[in-house]
Design a protein around this ligand. Structure first.
Ligand SMILES: Cc1cc2nc3c(=O)[nH]c(=O)nc-3n(C[C@H](O)[C@H](O)[C@H](O)COP(=O)(O)O)c2cc1C
Length: 251
């Protein structure tokens, strides 16, 4: 089995780890132009939900991908609400000739700090039953079960038809405020789009997914949003900074 994943703060990487198989990061595949992936057993995509859709980098990959397998699945991690994100993913992927045998989502910590404080998210964790839900997803995939998205009409209407690029424009990075940077370059290494150069006149190149990997993984907590709900930051407890760097490093 091959797991193709995208992660900023480790939730999706943790899910990929729990499913097992060989893990390949989507930013790395794109960078190397290796978008044809074959595996007789299964190929899975694991990625976060962004604004009821999914990251632009995942869209870029879908548009270039050729997935050859007897069983193809997709798992989205999200925080509070994903509405009809899975239906939108199914529809978008089908435009690129990709169809999923199994598609599902799992609620984890919401890392979207303009809306939620991490403190409130961590407090809500026990009620999410993440491990039980993951056990079920892992068993489903092992049994090669089929599962389609089941969004209601209202959820579909609220989700809209927007692609990620419209929800969060690539120059969303102009909102970032830097306070107390020690120039360790971690932000440059954890960015899945190679969108940062702290030594350049303008640090961000306006090619941003708004994944907030730079914000959450900064060892000095130097990157802020004017509307962040608190200054607390997050990385999934089962994932180390080194693994985020290995997944996203474009240097
Ligand atoms: C820009 C952005 C938008 C997000 N939008 C949503 C959303 O619409 N619904 C939701 O439930 N969670 C949303 N989230 C939360 C993430 O989907 C969630 O925390 C995810 O598990 C993070 O995955 P990662 O740790 O692999 O990066 C958003 C996060 C970011 C950074």
């Amino acid at each position: 089995m091959k797991l193709l994943y995208y992660t900023a703060t480790g939730n999706s990487l943790y899910v990929a780890k729990r499913i097992g198989g060989e893990r390949l990061s989507i930013p790395n595949l794109l960078r190397r132009g290796k978008c044809t992936v074959e595996d007789d057993d299964a190929i899975g995509l694991v990625f976060p939900c962004y604004g009821y859709t999914f990251p632009r980098t995942v869209l870029d990959f879908l548009s270039a991908a050729d997935l050859k397998s007897n069983y193809v699945f997709a798992i989205s991690t999200y925080g509070a609400k994903d509405l009809a994100a899975l239906s939108l993913m199914e529809k978008t992927a089908s435009k690129f000739g990709i169809s999923f045998d199994y598609i599902n989502s799992i609620s984890m910590v919401d890392n979207f700090i303009p809306r939620y404080s991490l403190e409130s998210q961590i407090e809500a964790l026990p009620s999410k039953g993440i491990e039980e839900h993951l056990d079920k997803i892992v068993a489903d995939i092992k049994a090669k079960k089929r599962h389609a998205p089941s969004a209601s009409f209202i959820e579909k209407r609220s989700t809209g038809k927007e692609q990620p690029s419209l929800t969060f424009p690539p120059d969303v990075d102009s909102r970032y405020e830097i306070r107390g940077c020690v120039k360790c370059r971690t932000c440059m290494k954890v960015c899945p789009r190679g969108n940062i150069d702290i030594f350049a006149e303008e640090r961000y190149f306006h090619n941003c997914d708004f994944c907030m990997s730079c914000i959450h993984n900064c060892p000095s907590n130097a990157i802020h949003l004017p509307d962040e709900k608190s200054t607390a930051r997050f990385r999934n407890e089962h994932v180390q900074l080194r693994e985020i760097i290995e997944s996203n490093n474009q240097l």
